[in-house]
Design a protein around this ligand. Structure first.
Ligand code: SF4
Ligand code: MG
Length: 331
């Protein structure tokens, strides 16, 4: 189906007192209409920075290059040509691309009601009266299946549970019918039962609203449940991308394979990705060559530690950056 967002050779560095650290290294991906695109990787791999780059929410000490192209009804907008405070950027944020975060409590202001915040967001993007905006807000609260929307709309964030607040956040994010919803670990702070309900709800609403979702998580179980296509990130790079079927049935990159074996079996205490052998290298001292080589069971001495592997197309929709693939094309 048609492409709605293209990320081309996105690089981001942060200027820190200790020096400059590169956090995104040549990221390329495309979001298609009506799909859930999962981004998975350990914390610190650059997933959230990727999301912040798209919405121009990077901190002031960040430097960015590359292109972010949003395909709208009125043509292609190059987000990278706008400044973060551009009026056009403000319209894109919330209207074309909305975001939900890990901590719903931190996303709402504590001093206004849920309704006031939803209405404000709707009026910011649509030319509607307060009464019309309130109707949309009520309708959206119904859609996220919270009982008694009239009561919720007059509630303050502290009066609601984490799960209810995350539902309100989803209602707010979808209230302007965005083309793309970016969800950064939206259920990580919630307990497992509530997490499952929220994921189910998001999937249902994604189909109903025909929006695309960029779903960011460290949890492959969540990816399996939510995503159509998946990008696996490691130290600021996409090391493998494929359909959810490709990634789970034919993982190619040694890092993806390691992630697979770290998925907890039912009933066993959740082991995180830290279970993978070795530690994530210090971003200031990234290994030369393939940045996974100090943890890789397939490491080829003299090759993997000297050059960076190219991105190889393995099959339709399935790419990998690793010297085990591509033969002569990857020398
Ligand atoms: Fe392992 Fe080499 Fe592939 Fe990197 S390029 S993942 S070190 S085999
Ligand atoms: Mg993060």
């Amino acid at each position: 189906s048609e492409n709605i967002l293209d990320i081309k050779d996105l690089n981001v560095s942060f200027n820190l007192p200790e020096g400059t650290v590169k956090v995104l290294n040549g990221i390329n991906f495309t979001i298609r209409k009506d799909e859930v695109f999962g981004i998975v990787g350990e914390s610190g791999c650059g997933k959230s920075v990727t999301a912040s780059s798209i919405l121009q929410l990077l901190p002031k000490n960040a430097q960015r290059s590359g292109e972010i192209l949003l395909h709208t009804e009125n043509g292609i907008i190059n987000i990278t040509s706008l400044t973060p405070t551009d009026e056009k950027m403000r319209q894109i944020r919330g209207n074309d691309i909305a975001m939900i975060f890990q901590e719903p409590a931190a996303s709402f202001s504590p001093v206004y009601t849920i309704g006031e915040q939803m209405i404000e967001n709707i009026i910011l993007h649509k030319t509607l009266s307060e009464k019309e905006a309130k109707e949309i807000a009520l309708e959206m609260i119904e859609k996220v299946k919270i009982p008694d929307p009239k009561k919720i709309i007059n509630s303050y964030p502290f009066e609601l549970s984490g799960g209810m607040l995350q539902r309100c956040m989803i209602a707010l994010a979808l209230s302007c019918n965005p083309m793309i919803l970016i969800a950064d670990e939206p259920t990580t702070a919630l307990d497992v039962t509530i997490q499952a309900q929220i994921l189910y709800l998001m999937k249902e609403l994604q189909k109903e609203f025909e929006s695309s979702i960029i779903f960011i998580t460290h949890d492959l179980g969540v990816i399996a449940q939510m995503a159509d296509r998946v990008a696996v990130m490691y130290l600021g790079k996409i090391v493998e991308e494929g359909t959810v079927y490709d990634i789970f049935n034919n993982p190619l990159h040694p890092y993806t394979r390691a992630l697979m074996t770290s998925i907890p079996k039912v009933g066993i205490k959740k082991t995180r990705l830290e279970a993978i052998k070795g530690i994530v290298p210090d971003p200031f001292n990234k290994p030369k060559g393939c940045s996974f080589h100090n943890r890789c069971p397939n490491y080829i001495a003299g090759v993997c530690d000297t050059k960076e592997p190219k991105n190889i197309t393995f099959s339709k929709d399935h790419t990998v950056a690793c010297f085990l693939y591509g033969g002569k094309n990857n020398e």
